[in-house]
Design a protein. Structure first.
Length: 193
């Protein structure tokens, strides 16, 4: 215990701690295992565990996604609950067994929300992302074709003859109506309705 570990030994211990974390052992179990395995103090073992956690997180997020990490955590928790249930059954602690069963059922029910099997189908996600990119690229590419030389009419059209339009404008002027056929507002009136 008095000898200082080399960097290689420390790295090996950190990686062992990361492996224990990946297997889903509890924090106290990891510290206990490290103390027994390397004959170190609990404080040193906690340091190994802390450094191992950094390594574990790096390996999870290096090639994976957050969904991968959530999926891994989901299955680790499920495995831990199975182990706890078996221990409780060995001790004939049926209240704990019932409680753990309820927790497992809630976790399985949550799987419909999390759905690690199907909703994180990366190939399908990649397909949709690619399809969306192609659609957007297609819609945003510059338009091709000739520029019109004549102005495009933006006014409204009607089936009324010129005579009917003139008669309507004359009647509207006599009755003080605007183009919509409603009375024109009195400019002296401060309430417009």
């Amino acid at each position: 215990m008095n000898n200082r570990s080399t960097n290689e030994e420390l790295q090996e211990r950190y990686e062992f701690a990361a492996q224990l974390i990946g297997e889903g052992h509890s924090k106290s179990q990891i510290v206990k295992t490290l103390v027994e395995e390397y004959d170190v103090t609990p404080q040193q073992a906690r340091t190994y565990k802390r450094e191992g956690a950094k390594i574990f997180k790096e390996t999870i997020y290096e090639d994976g996604t957050v969904a991968d990490a959530v999926e891994l955590e989901y299955f680790v928790i499920l495995d831990n609950l199975k182990e706890d249930r078996l221990r409780a059954a060995e001790d004939e602690n049926w209240t704990a067994v019932a409680s753990i069963n309820k927790t497992r059922l809630k976790l399985v029910d949550m799987a419909r929300t999390i759905d690690p099997g199907s909703s994180w189908d990366k190939e399908l996600d990649d397909y949709y992302v690619q399809a969306c990119k192609e659609h957007i690229d297609d819609k945003l590419k510059p338009r091709t074709g000739k520029i019109p030389r004549k102005p495009i009419s933006t006014g409204w059209t009607t089936n009324a003859t010129e005579k009917e339009i003139e008669d309507w404008e004359k009647m509207a002027k006599e009755k003080n109506l605007d183009i919509t056929g409603l009375p024109k507002l009195d400019p002296k009136d401060d309430i417009p309705f």
